[in-house]
Design a binder for this molecule. Structure first.
Ligand code: HEM
Length: 126
C-alpha cells in the first residue's frame, strides 16, 4: 500500500473513531442497553487499532520527518483520548462523570486534528 492510501485509511479511521465515540458516549450518559451489544463493543477497538497502526506506519515511512515532536505528541494524546474515553464509556460511575469525560475526550480528539493539520504540538494555537 502506498503512502497516500495509508494516509487516507488513517484519516478515515480517525473520522469513524470520533463518530462511534460520540454515539457510544451518548448511550453511556443516557444508560442505553445498546452499549452492551457485541458489535458496539468490538468495532471501536478495530477502528482505533487501524488508526494507530496506520499512524505509526506513516511515521516510519516518513523516516526522520516522522520522528518530530508533533508526531510523538499525537501518539501520547491518542493514548490519553482512549483512556479518558473509557471513563466516558464505562469507568465513570455517574452519568455526569461520564458526560464530562466524554467532552474532554472529544476536545482532545480535536486538539489532535489540529496537530495533524498544522504539524505542530501547539495544534490550533500555532
Ligand atoms: C486521534 C488520533 C489521530 C487523529 C485524529 C489524526 C488525524 C490525522 C489527520 C487529519 C491527518 C492528515 C493531515 C493532512 O492532511 O496533512 C493525519 C496524518 C498523519 N498522522 Fe495522524 N491522527 C491521529 C493519530 C496519529 C498517531 C497516533 C500517529 C503516529 C503514531 C499519527 C501520525 C500521522 C502521520 C505521520 C501523518 C502524515 C502526515 C503527512 O503525510 O502529511 N497520527 N493524522
Amino acid at each position: 500500500m502506498n503512502y497516500l492510501a495509508i494516509k487516507h485509511l488513517h484519516t478515515t479511521a480517525a473520522t469513524l473513531s470520533i463518530l462511534f465515540f460520540i454515539i457510544r458516549a451518548y448511550w453511556s450518559v443516557t444508560g442505553s442497553g445498546l452499549l452492551q451489544r457485541r458489535v458496539v463493543k468490538i468495532t471501536p477497538h478495530i477502528v482505533d487499532t487501524v488508526l494507530l497502526v496506520c499512524g505509526v506506519t506513516l511515521s516510519v515511512m516518513l523516516g526522520a520527518a516522522g520522528m518530530q515532536p508533533w508526531v510523538l505528541t499525537k501518539m501520547v494524546l491518542l493514548v490519553v483520548y482512549i483512556g479518558v474515553g473509557t471513563i466516558a464509556i464505562k469507568r465513570g460511575k455517574t452519568a455526569k462523570t461520564r458526560g464530562v469525560a466524554a467532552i474532554i475526550a472529544i476536545a482532545i480528539f480535536f486538539y489532535i486534528v489540529g496537530i495533524a493539520l498544522n504539524k505542530s504540538p501547539a495544534s490550533w494555537f500555532v
